[in-house]
Design a protein around this ligand. Structure first.
Ligand code: TXA
Ligand code: MG
Length: 353
């Protein structure tokens, strides 16, 4: 199929283009669109066939449920039931924004959308264009990240084009995503609520509003999958990624040593570092992902940098690690997944290995 790529500069001047995209959605078509987190691949959430098409376009297993995106808070009741006072409070404070909530589902949401589950994930994005499109498309848009299954989530329209050109009806290019990591996911269908995926809205921020929640052990990593998406290999670059943890200069010398080993094998290598440390590495291999003084910059560029390594067909990537502070927890969660948990831990005061 031919994919229309449409640039949206301004939601008022480009109104007709948004309406055209909305009509495509209403007719069961697929439209990729930007949100404040990552680009989503949208289809009508209440149309089982649209959900099936999404799975097919992404090459995603159909038991991995989709998030239903809405444009106004009241609409949550149309797709979710048994919304507790806790749920009301969380929505009041964090919506619109990068937080997905899981509730028991209403009958009208097809099981294809929820991957066979009795619960539904709902999010009201903060991105204006996203909300306008959702409205134009009928109000309930299922949208996983707009990448091929197993690739890093797209944070630019060009990433979506790379993965999905020819597989979807339209890509709305609304510029780069502001956050760059997917939404936090909070399961409110259980008590106490469980944070299934860390993101821009952190555990502390949620607890300040509704009191103690649990953090899924799978975010800290076990094999049991509660958010079904967690059981698949995710965010994976083509090259083999290893994270090196430890004291700064020890990390640098370990990475430099690994780089030499890879070169000796005649393979291609990449280094993922920060503004503060990039000058310690050979220029031709290193990419800075952002500054350690502002972790939002790292979140913002992480997936893009991983994709750049893919394009350069690097065989091995060595990455510094980042402190697991606020956003840092989400950053390390994605990085560890991308690395399939390959980590070299250097002990303090020792040469390493
Ligand atoms: O920021 C985001 O959340 C982006 C943008 C486009 O909104 N979307 C996104 O969707 O990241 P996706 O499909 O890539 O990730 C959704 C995750 C999956 O891991 C899925 O298993 C989980 O949410 N999920 C969806 N519905 C669920 C449910 N009912 N119960 C548990 N987990 C669910
Ligand atoms: Mg995804």
């Amino acid at each position: 199929m031919e994919t229309k790529i449409i640039k949206i500069k301004n939601i008022i001047e480009d109104r007709n283009k948004i309406l055209e995209a909305g009509n495509l959605l209403k007719q069961g078509g697929l439209v990729a669109f930007p949100t404040e987190t990552v680009y989503g691949l949208g289809g009508d959430a209440l149309d089982a066939r649209a959900a099936d098409k999404i799975y097919e376009a992404k090459g995603r297993p159909s038991d991995n449920p989709l998030i239903v995106h809405i444009a106004s808070k009241e609409d949550v009741k149309e797709v979710a039931r048994e919304i507790s006072p806790l749920g009301d409070r969380v929505m009041e404070v964090f919506w619109p924004g990068p937080l997905t909530l899981i509730f028991r589902k209403q009958e009208r949401v097809p099981k294809s959308t929820t991957g066979g589950l009795d619960t539904v994930a709902v999010r009201m994005p903060g991105h204006l264009l996203a909300r306008e499109l959702i409205r134009a498309g009928g109000g309930f848009i299922a949208a996983p990240s707009a990448n091929l299954s197993g690739r890093p989530s797209p944070t630019k329209a060009s990433h979506v084009e790379e993965d999905l050109n020819g597989r979807v009806d339209m890509i709305l290019d609304g510029g780069d995503c502001e956050i760059g990591l997917e939404s936090s996911i909070l399961d409110l269908s259980v008590s106490p609520p469980i944070l299934l995926r860390p993101g821009g809205i952190t555990q502390d921020m949620i607890e300040a509003v509704i009191g103690p929640i649990q953090v899924s052990s799978q975010t800290k990593e076990t094999t049991v999958a509660k958010a079904p998406g967690m059981k698949y290999r995710h965010y994976a670059p083509k090259g083999e990624l290893t994270i090196v943890e430890g004291e700064e200069m020890q990390v640098v010398s370990m990475i430099v040593k690994k780089v030499k080993e890879v070169q000796r094998q005649g393979k291609k290598v990449g280094i993922l570092a920060s503004e503060e440390t990039k000058s310690f590495y050979p220029k031709e291999f290193v990419k800075s992902v952002g500054t350690r003084r502002k972790e939002a910059t790292i979140a913002n560029q992480l997936f893009d940098v991983l994709r750049q390594f893919d394009q350069e067909e690097v065989d091995y990537i060595y990455s510094e690690s980042f402190p697991e502070g606020k956003l840092g927890f989400a950053i390390m969660n994605r990085l560890l997944k991308a690395a399939s948990h390959r980590v070299i831990e250097l002990e303090k005061g020792r040469e390493g290995e």
